[in-house]
Design a protein. Structure first.
Length: 467
């Protein structure tokens, strides 16, 4: 029997970081990654488009998201690293794979950040006092606040994310409790008695047919886009092999409860056509109750969720860009860290991209959310695919006896890997039918590929000149 080898030494991407994230913070980062702007704001437009079928789409995407997390979990148990899937791709597949994975992740988070600052602006317009303030002003203010927050040490980032996530969880828990009460005791809301009849009397589960529901796949994939953040946080966690398995395994029931459960409650409490794009469905529900101030409180909560997601995006891209730079797949300056061990150049680079989002909020404030969401979904699909491929390579080396088996194996691999990759490919195909934003995004794939190819040629040229 071949003796399994020990994991290789720590990667350069891990050098210089402080292991200051504790169990409490990582658990909440994992929760926060599964609850974001895609639920609090995006669910409004999705309910308007697909009705109750949104719950089924959330469930299907949630199951595949959990499998992706389990693949990442096995990689983390092999070796936790702040470089996350970039470092795994470099070791298990090659530098070219790390280059593509890292920059596509950057595309994902860059677009997600634009979505988040747009969400902040939309939430602020909920209050009539700010109705005349241009959308881009709030977007710029949000960028300044979270950009400043990200320059402090990781311990403080973790603490901020803990409280941000806790606020989201408490808010959703209160909604679930209140919604269950109104549904269980059939208390009328806006003159209508809650119940399943609100679904059957308004077109059923698929009021517009199955096709509109399928077109929502990329939007729902976006809702889960931050789940992989827990892998990045593992590199700055004190005891990742003890903390991560529990955090990852808990995600599946959180998805079932917070996403599927919330949508089912929403459509049983009010007709699905009561919810609209641009307004959080949770705010719509509390407004319908007529309780003074409740809707304002809920709007503050969803505003916090958007700021939390934006904060996480800057955190993630700073570490990913540093991992790329240390491997020679990005400018060396992106590897610089400040006295608090924060990769500040990478964070500032991402913030610069977010400024483009501020400009989009000025030029096309009514379309910017859907436009950049589709580009973000493309980056998410790419990132998740690389996680699955890295886990496949890891399992091959484990089976060959080159690497010691982990205590947290990916279930049903490799079949679950290929099934999930097939699902992600289907998401891309469906994006092509979502005119105009999705169609434009799919059409942009050759352009993105060309840019990545030219960038790789520049990297190869620089390496030859250095030698």
């Amino acid at each position: 029997m071949t003796k399994a080898a020990e994991p290789s030494p720590a990667l350069p991407a891990d050098e210089g970081y402080h292991k200051d994230l504790g169990s409490r913070q990582v658990q909440m980062i994992a929760i926060g990654g599964a609850i974001g702007t895609g639920l609090f704001l995006g669910a409004g437009s999705r309910l308007q488009m697909a009705g109750p079928a949104l719950a089924i789409i959330y469930l299907v995407c949630g199951i595949f998201s959990f499998l992706i997390l389990r693949a990442l979990g096995e990689l983390v148990m092999y070796r936790p690293t702040a470089g996350s899937f970039v470092s795994y791709a470099r070791e298990l597949i090659g530098e070219r794979a790390a280059y593509i994975a890292g920059w596509m992740s950057f595309l994902n988070w860059a677009m997600t950040g634009i979505v988040d600052i747009t969400a902040v602006a939309l939430y602020m317009h909920f209050w009539g006092t700010f109705a005349d303030v241009p959308q881009w002003v709030f977007a710029l203010a949000a960028l300044f606040i979270v950009g400043t927050m990200n320059m402090i040490g990781v311990k403080y980032f973790g603490e901020l994310e803990f409280w941000f996530s806790l606020i989201k969880v408490i808010a959703l828990a209160l909604f679930l409790i209140a919604g269950t009460f109104f549904l269980g005791f059939r208390v009328p809301i806006n003159g209508q008695i809650p119940g399943l009849h609100l679904i059957t009397e308004n077109g059923g589960i698929f009021p517009h047919g199955i096709w509109p529901a399928l077109l929502l796949l990329q939007g729902v994939v976006f809702a889960y886009s931050a789940i992989e953040l827990v892998g990045t946080a593992a590199g700055e966690c004190a005891n990742p092999r003890e903390i991560l398995p529990k955090a990852i395994n808990n995600v599946i029931w959180r998805i079932a409860l917070f996403y599927v459960g919330s949508v089912v409650l929403l459509v049983c409490l009010l007709p699905w056509n009561a919810y609209h794009a641009g307004t959080s469905p949770f705010v719509t529900f509390f407004q319908a109750l007529g309780v003074p101030g409740i809707d304002h409180v809920m709007n503050i909560v969803v505003l916090t969720a958007a700021l939390s997601s934006l904060n996480s995006g800057l955190y993630s891209t700073g570490r990913i860009l540093r991992a790329l730079a240390l491997g020679g797949s990005a400018p060396r300056a992106l590897a610089k860290m400040n006295r608090q061990s924060v990769p500040y150049v990478g964070i500032l680079t991402t913030a610069g991209v977010y400024l483009v989002g501020v400009g989009l909020n000025y030029l096309i404030p009514s379309r910017v959310f859907e436009f950049v969401l589709n580009l973000s979904a493309l980056g998410i699909v790419s990132t998740w695919t690389f996680i699955l491929l890295c886990q496949l390579k890891l399992r091959e080396r484990i089976n060959q006896g080159e690497i010691a088996p982990t205590s947290f194996p990916m279930p049903w691999a490799p079949y679950s890997n290929w099934l999930t990759i097939g699902f992600l490919a289907f998401v891309i195909v469906m994006m092509g039918f979502d005119y105009p934003e999705g169609t434009f995004t799919v059409a942009a794939i050759p352009v993105i590929a060309a840019v990545l190819f030219l960038g790789w040629l520049v990297i190869l040229k620089n390496r030859r000149n250095a030698n």
